[in-house]
Design a protein around this ligand. Structure first.
Ligand code: AMP
Length: 504
C-alpha cells in the first residue's frame, strides 16, 4: 500500500477531476485535474533536477496556487517539503539552509541574489524563483515537463515535511512530520468537523504554517472539497467572500477584525456551518461577541507544529467558551505536575500528548527529541493547562514564554539575543503584553550601561535596529528602558512580574 499522502488525496478527487479545488479572488478556478497535472509537471521537474526521495525542498514564497502545487509535487516525488515564512530575513534563512541542507531552494525574485549567495555557501545545488503571481523559473521549467507522474511509493513513517519551530534556547528546531502523521490528523479532523465534498472553505491563512497548510488544505484535499483561495486575510475581502463559503478558519485576530466591522452580522455568516479558531487563545469576549452578533459559536481547537491538532471543541456537542475542547479521537492527552504525576481535574499542569499525529522528532537533534518525550512516549507540549470533569482542556499559559502576536509565534530569546548584542545594552527581557488587535504585543524591557553608548540608546533606535535583523512580526511594539530586571532566588528573570508591570 502506498502511504504517500498525495495518493490518499487523489483517491478522493480522481473520480471528479473537473471539480474546482481552488477558486481565486478574480473568479478563476483550478480544478482538481489542473492541480493533478500541474503537480505532475513540478514533480517531474524535481526529479529532473536530480533530487531524490527524502531530499528537502525549501520554499520561501508568497501564497499562490503554484506554491500549493509545489507542496503537492514535493509529496508526490517523495521529497520533504520545508516551507519558510516570507518575513524571514537573510540571517534567518541562512540558518535554515545550513541546517536542512535542501536539494532545492525556491524563493521570491527579490530574494534571488541573496538566495544564490546563501545556496553557494551552504551547498544547496539549485535555487528557483516563484513570485506572488505564481510566475518564475520554477513554473517555466515545470511547463517543459510531462503532466503525467506516478506518485512515488512512501512508507507510513517516511517524512513528508519539516516545519521549523523555535525554542527558548533561540535555536530553531525542524519538526519532522511523516505522511502518516499528516494523514491521520487530517482524517480525524475531516470526520470530527464533518467535512463533505460540498464544503467551500474560505482560505485566508498563510500556507507556511500547520494551520493554513495542514489543517485547512489537507482537510479540503482529503474530502475533495473546494477552497476560496485568498492571498491573505483582509477584512473587506472576508466580508465579500464569506457568503460563498461554508467553512472559515482563522486565528483570533481575524475574528476581532471581523467584529470591528459594524456591517458584520448574522447575515454575513449565514452560509457558514463552521467557524474554527486556533494558533493562539481566543478571548472569551471575542467568543461571546461573535455569538451575539452571528448566533454562531466559534469552534476553538488546539495543537502545534509538532503534531497538528490535539484537541477540539465538538462539532455537534457543546462548544465551551475559553476551552479548546477534549482530546481528538485517537489522541491521548494528560496534564501532569512537575514530577510527572497526573493532576486532578481543575489543577493546572504540563500538557502532554500521544497519538499517530505526533511528529517523528526534531531534524538532526536526537538529544532535543529525547528530552521532549517522556519514557512512556508522551510528547511534552510545553503548554500549561487543566482539564475539567467533562475532559475539556483549558490552556492557561505557555511554559516557555512563547509570545503569540497576530497568530504568529515569537520566541523572546531570539529578540533578546539581538538586543543584547547592541552596544550599550547590558541585558534585556522580551515579553508579550495583552493587545486588543494582535492578541499579544512584543515588548522589550532593556537595561542600559552607564556609558556614552548606553546613554545614546532610545526606544526608537532599538526598534529600528531590531527591524534590520528580524522579521517585522518579531519587532517590539514598545521598548521600556529600566535600571534592572526582577529576578527570583535562582537568578531567573521573573517575566511574570514584568508582564504584570507593563500590562497596561
Ligand atoms: P505552532 O506550533 O506555531 O502552531 O504553535 C503552537 C502553540 O500555539 C501551542 O503550543 C500553544 O501554546 C499555542 N496555541 C495553539 N492553539 C491554541 C489555542 N487554541 N489556545 C491557546 N494557545 C494555542
Amino acid at each position: 500500500m502506498n502511504h504517500n499522502l498525495y495518493a490518499h488525496f487523489s483517491a478522493q478527487f480522481a473520480h471528479d477531476l473537473a471539480k474546482p479545488c481552488l477558486i481565486l479572488a478574480d473568479g478563476r478556478a483550478w480544478t482538481y485535474g489542473d492541480i493533478d497535472h500541474a503537480s505532475a509537471k513540478m514533480a517531474n521537474l524535481l526529479l529532473a533536477l536530480g533530487l531524490l526521495p527524502g531530499d528537502r525542498v525549501a520554499v520561501q514564497v508568497e501564497k499562490s496556487p503554484e506554491a500549493l502545487v509545489l507542496y503537492l509535487a514535493s509529496l508526490r516525488a517523495g521529497m520533504v517539503f520545508l516551507p519558510l515564512n516570507p518575513a524571514y530575513q537573510v540571517r534567518e534563512v541562512e540558518y535554515f539552509l545550513n541546517d536542512a541542507q535542501p536539494g532545492l531552494f525556491v524563493c521570491r525574485p527579490q530574494f534571488h541574489e541573496d538566495a544564490m549567495f546563501l545556496a553557494a555557501q551552504s551547498g544547496v545545488p539549485h535555487t528557483l524563483v516563484l513570485n506572488e503571481h505564481g510566475r518564475g523559473s520554477l513554473v517555466d521549467l515545470a511547463a517543459l515537463q510531462s503532466d503525467h507522474f506516478n506518485t512515488i511509493e512512501r512508507a507510513a513513517d517516511d517524512l513528508a515535511a519539516i516545519l521549523y519551530t523555535s525554542g527558548t534556547t533561540g535555536r530553531s528546531k525542524g519538526a519532522m512530520l511523516s505522511h502518516h502523521n499528516l494523514l491521520s490528523n487530517a482524517r480525524t479532523l475531516c470526520a470530527h468537523w464533518q467535512f463533505t465534498p460540498q464544503d467551500v472553505l474560505l482560505h485566508m491563512l498563510p500556507i507556511f504554517h500547520i494551520h493554513g497548510l495542514f489543517v485547512a488544505c489537507n482537510c479540503t484535499l482529503l474530502t475533495g472539497s473546494a477552497m476560496l483561495f485568498e492571498p491573505r486575510f483582509e477584512v473587506q475581502r472576508a466580508l465579500a467572500a464569506l457568503p460563498q463559503a461554508t467553512v472559515f478558519m482563522g486565528v483570533p485576530t481575524y475574528y476581532t477584525r471581523l467584529l470591528s466591522e459594524g456591517v458584520f452580522a448574522a447575515e454575513s455568516a449565514r452560509t457558514i456551518r463552521l467557524f474554527v479558531s486556533g494558533s493562539a487563545p481566543l478571548l472569551a469576549e471575542t467568543f461571546t461577541a461573535f455569538e451575539q452578533r452571528t448566533g454562531q459559536r466559534i469552534l476553538e481547537r488546539y495543537g502545534m507544529t509538532e503534531g497538528g491538532m490535539f484537541t477540539s471543541n465538538p462539532y455537534a456537542g457543546e462548544r465551551r467558551c475559553g476551552s479548546v475542547g477534549p482530546a481528538l479521537p485517537g489522541v491521548s492527552l494528560r496534564v501532569v505536575d512537575d514530577d510527572g504525576k497526573a493532576c486532578a481535574n481543575g489543577t493546572p499542569g504540563h500538557i502532554q500528548v500521544q497519538g499517530p499525529n505526533i511528529f517523528r522528532g526534531y531534524w538532526r537533534m536526537p538529544e532535543k527529541t529525547a528530552e521532549e518525550f517522556t519514557t512512556d512516549g508522551f510528547f511534552r507540549t510545553g503548554d500549561i493547562g487543566h482539564v475539567d470533569a467533562a475532559g475539556y482542556l483549558f490552556i492557561s499559559g505557555r511554559a516557555r514564554d512563547l509570545i503569540i502576536s497576530g497568530g504568529l509565534n515569537v520566541y523572546p530569546k531570539e529578540i533578546e539575543d539581538v538586543i543584547d548584542r547592541m552596544p550599550g545594552v547590558i541585558e534585556s527581557a522580551v515579553i508579550g503584553v495583552p493587545h486588543a488587535d494582535f492578541g499579544e504585543a512584543v515588548t522589550a524591557v532593556v537595561v542600559r550601561e552607564h556609558s556614552l553608548e548606553g546613554g545614546a540608546l532610545s526606544e526608537v533606535g532599538i526598534i529600528a535596529a531590531v527591524r534590520e535583523q528580524l522579521a517585522a512580526f518579531k519587532v517590539p511594539k514598545r521598548v521600556i528602558l529600566v535600571t534592572e530586571l526582577p529576578r527570583n532566588a535562582m537568578g531567573k528573570v521573573q517575566k511574570n512580574v514584568l508582564r504584570d508591570a507593563y500590562m497596561a
